[in-house]
Ligand binder design. Structure first.
Ligand code: HSE
Length: 422
């Protein structure tokens, strides 16, 4: 059989005609070789002006889901509860599905994997992590579990855009956020970006494909850029760093995985330092290949549409994720049993329980804030909330995860620290 005969003609039912949906529509119009055609688009607001023929649109989801000639559903809507209903209904009807809804996927990944297997249909979502960067398919296909030592990435374009603009152009946080919203990078609820929730949703999806770990995103330690302040940026600069919001996972010596999302000091020679504005970047470390760097636009209509397009193209050959690390290998397990080197900045001494540090390495204070650098057991962050209070910020150091650390409990330094600050 020729390749052409093996290819499936894709009749698409599209949900959503926002920045990404319209981007995809335009791209498909100019990609006849894909053998794909949008048959109907389901939208919520029928009176909004659209740049496509009116007969393409409907507000009736069932018109798409019950149409047997539609063999692919593309879900690009904002509302994750509605997206869940669309995607699960489509999979049960044995339609292939492409989605970019990271929140919905992260929160329901176990069930979504089960449905794919039960109904033997593809469900692809490359656009859900890092938009234009083909990170999911690479983790799924290329990196064997045993060789994958870790990944660290800037996976949220909006916060990276804000951090870049605030530090390079000295515009205010709110103005930078506004620009990110106007450019279509931010979530419609931008607190999902700012508080690290979008990034942790993406990390939980990456963990499934990197290590076969299925975890609800809110079970992973995460914080965003909401509590960072100018003093933190100045402190970082004095040390030759800049601060980025980083999602990371690392295999420890016992084979278990440490994973979290938090601001991190980035050295100038780290590949992530070159990631500016809405770009994303992921550094993958593997035992034999050392470091590899994936880089590209992580938000915006066309970059996201390009990943959807790539999924569509894969569907012509009936490509499915196999979840190899989960199904054919012993999946790795998450652990909280490791130490981390962090900098905590705060206003009032009482906000930070200094005695919980195993070791305080350095401290400084000025009229505005105190900065403490020390080594903490990671479980301290899991079981307590002091580091999340307003006016307290946490930034992880480069190579923050210290595996096989031998606790020192250097109380004397801590007493000096308290004396100096009181
Ligand atoms: N709000 C997301 C971001 C969009 O800024 O990365 C892409 O997932």
């Amino acid at each position: 059989m020729s390749i052409q005969e093996q290819q499936t003609k894709l009749n698409i039912g599209l949900f959503g005609f926002g920045v990404v949906g319209e981007g995809l529509y335009k791209v498909l119009e100019h990609t006849p070789t894909l053998n794909a055609q949008i048959k109907k688009v389901c939208i919520r607001h029928p009176h909004k002006k659209r740049n496509a023929p009116a007969e393409l649109f409907t507000t009736d989801a069932d018109l798409l889901l019950n149409d047997d000639s539609i063999n692919v559903i593309i879900e690009l809507i904002d509302d994750s509860a509605a997206a869940y209903n669309i995607v699960t209904t489509a999979l049960r009807k044995k339609k292939a599905v492409v989605s970019a809804n990271k929140k919905m996927i992260a929160e329901h990944i176990e069930e979504l994997i089960a449905l794919q297997l039960l109904f033997d249909v593809p469900f692809l979502y490359e656009a859900a992590c890092c938009a234009s960067i083909p990170i999911i398919r690479n983790l799924e296909e290329y990196y064997d579990n045993d060789l994958l030592q870790g990944l660290s990435g800037i996976v949220n374009g909006s916060t990276n855009y804000i951090l870049t603009k605030v530090s390079k152009e000295r515009i205010s946080f709110n103005d930078a956020l506004k620009q990110a919203q106007e450019a279509g990078f931010a979530e419609s609820d931008p607190s999902l970006d700012v508080n690290g929730i979008d990034a942790v949703n993406k990390l939980s999806i990456l963990l499934a494909h990197a290590y076969g770990i299925i975890t609800p995103p809110d079970a992973l330690i995460h914080t965003g850029i909401q509590n960072l302040n100018n003093d933190d940026a100045i402190f970082a600069k004095e040390k030759g760093y800049e601060i980025k919001l980083v999602a990371q996972a690392r295999k420890l010596a016992d084979g278990n995985i440490a994973a979290f999302v938090a601001p991190q000091f980035i050295e100038s020679d780290n590949q992530l330092a070159s990631v500016k504005n809405e770009y994303n970047g992921v550094v993958i470390e593997s035992s034999l290949a050392d470091k590899q760097f994936f880089y590209g636009k992580g938000a915006g209509g066309f970059p996201t549409a390009s990943a959807v397009l790539s999924d569509l193209s894969a569907l012509r050959y009936n490509y499915k994720y196999e979840y190899k690390k989960l199904r054919y290998q012993v999946p790795s397990a998450l652990t909280d049993d490791f130490y981390v080197k962090v900098c905590i900045s705060f206003k009032a001494l009482l906000q930070v329980p200094h005695e919980r540090f195993d070791k305080i390495l350095e401290w400084s204070s000025n009229e505005q804030r105190c900065h403490v650098t020390g080594i903490l057991h990671f479980s301290e962050l899991v079981k307590s909330n002091w580091w999340k209070q307003p006016n307290v910020s946490i930034v992880f150091y480069p190579d923050a995860i210290i595996d096989n650390y031998v606790p020192e409990k250097t109380g004397v330094l801590q007493e000096e620290f308290v004396e100096q600050l009181c």
